[in-house]
Design a protein around this ligand. Structure first.
Ligand SMILES: Nc1ncnc2c1ncn2[C@@H]1O[C@H](COP(=O)(O)OP(=O)(O)OP(=O)(O)O)[C@@H](O)[C@H]1O
Ligand SMILES: [Mg+2]
Length: 234
């Protein structure tokens, strides 16, 4: 019964990097990982530095290829294995099913903050007005002054850029949301706003998977932990 709420199932995932510039040296980072994540769960990926948390996150967003294993996500009611899926399927899954708030905003010069935040909704077919209204609501909630909305975030402070990135990640709802250190460079007030936004998404049914070095945010948000083991010496 509860399996019906699974949004993501990883089966036998492994990742080995082959360093061609180092005589083909092989780094086995992740080995035989299997786990499932349900709707309205929030998972903290934990483990020592170098254990592969960011690597796993990139595999979940299909930025890194899985060396072995399957990564099944529930996309529009169907199970899709994104490990080895075509570029078109990966694009569709990213548009509708998996959202990702990376650690740093990728800033495109000349694109305004309001447009950066509204873009995921426009890509889904929302009209510009509706998308920009939603973008404005999020920016306001995240305390980005309206005077900045028309500017590119290129020159924004680290914390401002992070809040723009979070607003963008929350503009459209996603069944699965990946968060890489979403509160890392925020002050206490904005950290609480972000915590509230993640909890609201989780309680509305989003399956959240995140890396949180900030223990207070992790405790406030996460319902479970997936701990990566320390890597054995090669
Ligand atoms: N593209 C890559 N090529 C080669 N090795 C890589 C690559 N990406 C990651 N690694 C290696 O994989 C290991 C895990 O890195 P990863 O960044 O996933 O760790 P982490 O658990 O996120 O650590 P931290 O808590 O310090 O952020 C490291 O030894 C790293 O050097
Ligand atoms: Mg990392």
């Amino acid at each position: 019964m509860s399996e019906q709420r699974d949004m993501l199932r990883a089966e036998g995932l492994a990742k080995t990097f082959t360093l061609h510039l180092k005589d083909g040296l092989r780094l086995a980072v992740l080995k035989d990982m299997s786990f499932a994540v349900k709707s309205d769960e929030a998972i903290a990926l934990t483990g020592p530095s170098g254990s592969g948390k960011s690597t796993l996150m990139r595999m979940l967003y299909a930025n890194y290829r899985c060396s072995t294993g399957a990564l099944n996500v529930r996309h529009k009611g169907e199970w899709v294995n994104i490990a080895g899926a075509s570029a078109q399927i990966v694009t569709a899954v990213r548009q509708e099913t998996i959202g990702y708030v990376s650690q740093f905003l990728r800033v495109i010069p000349r694109v305004s903050t309001l447009q950066v935040v509204a873009e995921p909704l426009i890509e889904r077919g929302a009209c510009e007005q509706v998308a920009e209204r939603r973008a404005g609501d999020l920016l306001e909630r995240l305390n980005i002054p309206e005077t900045l909305w028309g500017l590119s975030p290129v020159t924004f402070s680290g914390g401002e850029q992070q809040r723009v990135n979070i607003a963008r990640g929350f503009a459209a709802p996603y069944p699965i949301l990946l968060l890489d250190e979403p509160t890392a460079s925020l002050d206490a007030k904005n950290r609480q706003v972000v915590i509230d936004m993640i909890v609201e998404a989780r309680d509305a049914g989003t399956a959240v998977i995140g890396i949180f070095h900030d223990a207070q945010a992790r405790d406030a948000v996460c319902t479970r932990e997936i701990k990566l083991p320390e890597r054995a010496a090669a």
